[in-house]
Design a binder for this molecule. Structure first.
Ligand code: PLP
Length: 458
């Protein structure tokens, strides 16, 4: 393409106003929120990069589907549409609708897990790990070495280490291995892709030992984009064909449709085996709902069906990935240290490198989160010693391996000029970097402290 400007491949028909605020107002809002942007009211935020989950803008056809949804308890037309689209995409026979991703996880991992069982993964997402551990089972991450190196530009940093996988399999009693879970894209590092080669090799190992392979496919379309772009032999395939090939190597898939389903709520579990599906359907009926709606309304199912078709549109995927890359590359050019290469749905800033004068126990990540909010009204999240923070027996902070700040980009919500604005805010952040101040925690809960902790500026 001859033109370098990334235009959104859609027109805007319905708008939601952003409340504009001044830096002075935001200093007050943040103080009231005790320097924790989770406690801000959303209307105090100009650009919300807290998460890409459930924050997508739906299309006119999805909104039309909301009106058209069939709310019958059993045999809903909207269910049959959603089911047939997921069957076609995954090539799997048995589809179970759920109200979001973690409900599918609880059903599947709860059924296969239990005390003494183990799951292996490239990296388990936090709700996946929580559901596995809640069942009494253990989850072991086997990411490749390159994934730990912030500046290493390996193209498939999301891969599982298949050598380590085989070693682990040999070190465990086969009957205790509940399954292997490939998270595509891998959430760590902002959505690093998994290569087809890696999916194939993992599948070969699983088949050899008779182990079930599952795809956590929240960002399957974004992963397919990277395979077409970067992997030999896929340049002429469609994104959907690539996704279908990934699923063909697996025994099942779980999806939070709040990501690449382009909806605000929903998910599913799909399986190839009837016996496993029958067992999961029992649990579905007990905790989610009847098999033709799970935890969903008919209108939700219409929107998911439509979203799963729209997400594979090449114009959409190009805009999506290139817009995320554009943001990352421009921040890199300014001199902002970040994780490379840029992933699909987020940009991760290395706050420890940006603020070397702030010691880890004064939370450089949280300092950047506060700077981004006061300077530009941009809401982000710290992924470092606040989120993972634990104390040793002497009450001293155990430092996280990295002090990162995540900018997660909602789908179809912000335009190129919003992205330009964010880059401009970062110009100022970089200029004033030596003036940023650390924080002290004044109040914190026992678990998941990042959501509700209170801070003071130092
Ligand atoms: C969001 C997410 C989930 C959980 O889905 P929810 O809809 O939030 O319950 C599971 N795995 C991955 C990779 C995710 O990104």
């Amino acid at each position: 393409m001859a033109f370098k400007t990334i235009i959104e491949p859609f027109k805007i028909k319905s708008v939601e106003p952003i409340m504009m605020s001044t830096e002075e107002q935001r200093i007050g809002f943040l103080k009231t929120a005790n320097y924790n942007p989770f406690m801000l009211r959303s209307e105090q935020v100009i650009i919300d990069f807290l998460t890409d989950s459930g924050t997508s803008a739906m299309s006119a056809k999805q909104w039309a589907g909301i009106m058209d949804g069939d709310e019958s308890y059993a045999g809903s037309r909207s269910w049959f549409r959603m089911e047939s689209i997921i069957k076609d995409l995954t090539g799997m026979e048995f589809i179970l609708p759920t109200h979001q991703g973690r409900a599918a996880e609880r059903i599947l991992y709860g059924h296969l897990g239990g005390k003494g069982k183990v799951f292996f993964s490239n990296t388990l997402f936090d709700t996946s790990r929580a559901n596995i551990e809640f069942s009494g089972a253990e989850g072991i991450d086997l990411s490749i070495e390159e994934s730990e190196l912030v500046n290493h530009t390996y193209p498939f940093k999301g891969n599982i280490d298949t050598v380590k996988l085989e070693e682990q399999i040999k070190n465990h009693d086969l009957k205790n291995i509940a399954g292997v879970v490939l998270t595509v894209t891998n959430n760590s590092g902002g959505g690093q892709p998994v290569s087809m080669q890696n999916v194939k090799e993992t599948s070969r190992i699983c088949k050899q030992y008779g182990i079930l392979l599952f795809i956590d496919c929240c960002r399957i379309a974004e992963n397919a984009w990277f395979i077409v772009d970067r992997e030999h032999g896929y340049a002429n395939k469609t994104y959907k064909e690539v996704a279908q090939e990934i699923f063909s190597y697996a025994d099942g898939a779980l999806m939070s449709a709040k990501k690449d389903g382009l909806v605000n709520m929903g998910g599913f579990l799909s399986l190839k085996d009837k016996k496993l599906s029958d067992a999961c359907k029992n649990l579905l009926i007990i905790t989610e709902g009847y098999t033709t709606y799970g935890g969903l309304s008919g209108r939700d199912m219409e929107a998911i069906a439509q979203g799963l078709e729209e997400v594979f549109d090449p114009a959409y995927l190009n805009y999506r990935i290139k817009s995320t890359t554009y943001l990352g590359e421009h921040l890199h050019r300014i001199g902002i240290p970040l994780m490379l290469p840029i992933g699909g749905h987020a940009v991760y800033i290395d706050a420890k490198a940006l603020y070397p004068h702030i010691p880890v126990h004064q939370y450089p990540g949280q300092a950047l989160v506060c700077e981004l909010y006061t300077k530009g009204g941009i809401r982000t999240v710290e992924i470092g010693s606040v989120m993972f923070g634990k104390y040793d027996e002497q009450g001293k902070l155990i430092e996280a391996p990295m002090e990162l700040v995540r900018l997660a980009i909602p789908r179809r919500v912000y335009t190129q000029s919003h992205i330009e604005y964010v880059i401009e805010v970062f110009d100022k952040i970089f200029e004033d970097r030596s003036k940023a101040r650390g924080l002290k925690i004044t109040e914190e809960p026992e678990f998941l402290r990042h959501f509700t902790a209170k801070y003071e500026l130092i």
